[in-house]
Design a protein around this ligand. Sequence first.
Ligand SMILES: NC(=O)c1ccc[n+]([C@@H]2O[C@H](COP(=O)([O-])OP(=O)(O)OC[C@H]3O[C@@H](n4cnc5c(N)ncnc54)[C@H](OP(=O)(O)O)[C@@H]3O)[C@@H](O)[C@H]2O)c1
Length: 329
Amino acid sequence: LPLLRADLALIGFGHVGKRFARLLDEQSASLASGYGLSCRIVATATKRHGCEAGGKPCADAFEAIDYLASSNADLRVVVETTTLDIERGEPAAAHVRAAIAAGCHVVTANKGPVAFAYDTLHAAATAAGVSFRFEGAVMDGVPVFNLVRETLPCVRVTGFEGVVNATTNHILTEMERGASFATALAKMQADGVAEADPSLDVLGWDAAAKTAALANVLMGARITPHDVKRTGITEQTGKRAREAMTRGRRIKLVASARKAADGSLSARVEPRELPAEDLLAGLDGSANALILDTDLLDRIAICQLSGSLTQTAYALLSDLVSIARSHRP
Ligand SMILES: NC(=O)c1ccc[n+]([C@@H]2O[C@H](COP(=O)([O-])OP(=O)(O)OC[C@H]3O[C@@H](n4cnc5c(N)ncnc54)[C@H](OP(=O)(O)O)[C@@H]3O)[C@@H](O)[C@H]2O)c1
């Protein structure tokens, strides 16, 4: 394959951004030999740790994006991994908007832009002839959006239910085994899996953002996380989970959405008591799963049996390869 040069600007350089940068390095030989792709990070932006473009300090993420836009590489890709903002999905959505307006492709693991502004960002990217990819927003690198987009032509998703937040599933599993809420949460923070603000996980906001993202992309909804009916987990949920276990049942934080016959959509996140034989009840620790209700394939499920930063970074890498494939001249 003739070599395709990709210049990247990393907007956000925390746990995910750093792991992605190392993964690019680790995979450089396979990217070159398998996909003819040679990547170079030309700009990085953070909130408190400075911004750099072309080896020189720059003011902010928008200046880093402008610098990338001036590159003459075959592909210019903004990799957005800033913190989730549950109020409005900003400034991540603004970063994505600026990147698209400047003619750059975007890959992100941030749920904010898809959960709050999928419709307009998707339309803007289509009009600009660039890609807007976000596989890492739900279940890390396990293909959820790509599964439907690439492999399920004509299939209509009419609803879904899933366990989509690793932190709360881990906490629930540990509390079933007698651990305290605080100890279980501390482990997920130490592993860099919990959100920067862990209340986003335990109050169900992260799952609500994923629910909105899934409903917007897979079901054509136009909702935000604030339209998702939401109940999180507490120490008290742990007590209920231990009691449910004595009856052979388990409590899971279930995210779901359904379309009613009149076309209206209801979306919720709530601790739900499930019989042991339910697929979602069998998920331990940081395992996640999503069951899609469809018109042509009935119910199908995809599982992620463990999660890690590498898997989130892989989502960004796989999106990057998809962009290279679809934009190869
Ligand atoms: N961690 C996971 O396992 C995981 C899994 C799936 C998806 N995600 C998503 O991936 C994203 C990143 O997660 P993370 O764990 O890497 O978070 P993180 O470690 O807190 O890193 C966030 C990065 O974004 C930067 N940032 C925040 N606001 C910014 C702004 N306005 N302009 C420029 N940079 C800004 C931060 O700057 P400072 O360094 O200066 O603070 C930091 O570098 C989040 O949206 C999260 O929901 C994470």
